[in-house]
Design a protein around this ligand. Structure first.
Ligand code: NAD
Length: 495
């Protein structure tokens, strides 16, 4: 079996033509959508505008492959997943460069974060499924033993967003396949290219036909057809809260299992004993990495009053030094993902201005001049805002870009109340030196993850997910099994 570098771009014209992957074959669509290079605004790929017939065909192939795939042992399935991990690692350069061109993130970031994590997803779930222990419990007084068995659910619909395209999609594919399901994926229409490349790798490593299917296109057409399909048994969705709410309603009507990983409005809390030499660079990372287009990015910073002035002055100074430019170059930030998203992010800066804020650096404050063709790209400088009331839309709603609002606080109880006072509950980061204070604050935050003196570090064995309108369910090597399998309890009475 070949695990060599494969030519993922072979036979493709400019712009690239992406095709659906159904039943082990690349299938042409009758209609295509343009996909833009966000650093130039030019069309660089065309992706299928799939309809319900194409979705139906993909689900049919997944359903047909299910008996074969689910009857394999966990170790047999794990072998395929390990090969996928190795193949991703072999092809890291081309995957990283495609992810960067499609999404706008610096290629160095894709090489360091997105693509290695996609490989890790396959490896981690391959290993964990082979070591999974079912629950067992003896009842000696009744002469019985209870134990559970886990069964795959069937056909899984996996729907992913545009910010970490391959990273998040493989975090769904790997556990779904490891536990014996067959999948139909619908990646974001804005960033489809690495998902299509992944199908080429799957074919190359010999993943059986129909186990992994990919339909590209819009949420309103391909996505709707998928979530409403009668033969889809489980839906795993990562994306915005509004779409998640709708998917939850559709799933409820047909009693499909569902997991929702949604938006956030994450707080960074800087206590007055924090070491600013460490906190400032880490906070800049947490606000602006991936152009601030990570659901876990910090978008509100609360700083204890004695260090507020110094914190803001140093944060602004270091942020102004960040390099923004073409993602193929040595930059910290590339362009935002799309023209529409750039307009959305700018509209929040306008709201901040109307709400009386001071824009300390960023859009229309610092100059950003780029040579052609990048002068048509969707660039914006990292933006820091102060002086907003907590009631401002900028302090309440998800902006999902390189914009952060900074505000002072006095007491611990006050900051806990203000940090929790949003509809979201995804994550927070707390910075300081006194362990007692840090834990006191961390334990009272209503979020799925609290980082103390760090950000974005997580073992895949730990549960990941959000509270309140940030989602339902948890993902992780053991927690994802709750979504992708059903448990049967068996009670065996000894004769
Ligand atoms: P989105 O909700 O617009 O789209 C996400 C996916 O859903 C896309 O593939 C889209 O085509 C599809 N979709 C849209 N409408 C659909 C419908 N009616 N039926 C089925 N599918 C549909 O989100 P986005 O703009 O792509 O991504 C940004 C959002 O994702 C942000 O809110 C961000 O916080 C969130 N996000 C959350 C996490 C997390 O783990 N909690 C991770 C990354 C991104």
């Amino acid at each position: 079996m070949s695990l060599s570098k494969i030519n993922l771009l072979s036979d493709n014209p400019n712009p690239l033509v992406v095709n659906n992957f159904i039943g082990g074959n690349f299938v042409k669509s009758s209609k295509y959508l343009d996909s833009y290079d966000p650093s130039t605004g030019e069309v660089w790929a065309q992706i299928p505008d799939s309809d319900s017939d194409e979705v139906d065909e993909a689900v049919r192939h997944a359903k047909n492959a299910f008996p074969m795939w689910s009857n394999k042992t966990a170790a047999e399935r794990a072998k395929f997943l390990i090969k996928m991990a190795e193949s991703i690692e072999e092809n890291i350069e081309i995957l990283a460069s495609a992810e960067s061109r499609d999404q706008g993130k610096p290629v160095a970031l894709a090489r360091r974060m997105d693509i290695p994590r996609a490989a890790l997803n396959f490896r981690a779930f391959a290993e964990s499924i082979c070591h999974h222990l079912n629950i067992s419990n003896g009842i000696p007084e009744m002469g019985c033993m209870n134990y559970t068995v886990r069964k795959p659910v069937g056909v899984a619909a996996l729907i992913s967003p545009w910010n970490l395209p391959l990273y998040l999609l493989t975090f769904k594919i790997a556990p779904a396949l490891a536990s014996g399901n067959c999948v139909v994926c619908k990646p974001s229409e804005v960033t489809s290219v690495t998902a299509w490349m992944l199908c080429k790798l799957a074919k190359d490593v010999g993943l059986p036909d129909g186990v992994l299917n990919m339909v590209f296109g819009t949420g309103i057409k391909a996505g709707e057809a998928l979530i409403n399909h009668k033969d889809v048994n489980v839906i795993s969705f990562t994306g915005s809260t509004n779409v998640g709410r709708h998917i939850g309603q559709v799933a409820a009507k047909s009693i499909k299992k569902v997991s929702l990983e949604l938006g956030g409005k994450n707080a960074g809390i800087i206590l007055d004993d924090a070491d600013l030499s460490k906190v400032i660079p880490a906070t800049i990372n947490s606000c602006f990495l991936n152009q601030g287009e990570i659901c876990l990015c910090t978008s509100r910073i609360f700083v204890q009053r004695p260090i507020f002035e110094e914190f803001v002055q140093r944060l602004v100074q270091e942020t102004k030094n960040l390099k923004v430019g073409p993602p193929t170059e040595d930059v910290f930030m590339g362009p935002l993902v799309s023209q529409a998203h750039l307009e959305k992010v700018k509209s929040y800066i306008d709201i901040a201005r109307k709400d009386g804020a001071t824009i300390l650096c960023g859009e229309t404050v610092d100059e950003l001049s780029l040579a052609a063709p990048h002068n048509q790209g969707y660039f914006i400088r990292p933006t820091i805002i102060t002086g907003l009331p907590d009631s401002s839309a900028c302090m309440q709603e998800e902006i999902f870009g390189p914009v952060v609002c900074v505000s002072p606080f006095d007491a611990e109880d006050e900051v806990i109340e203000r940090a929790n006072n949003v509809k979201y509950g995804l994550c927070s980061a707390v910075w300081g030196q006194s362990g007692e204070r840090l834990l006191r604050v961390a334990h009272k935050l209503h979020v799925g993850t609290v980082w103390i003196n760090c950000w974005l570090i997580r073992s895949l064995d730990m549960p990941f997910g959000g509270m309140k309108e940030s989602g339902i369910g948890r993902e992780g090597t053991s927690h994802s099994l709750d979504l992708y399998t059903e448990e049967t309890t068996i009670c065996y009475k000894f004769q």
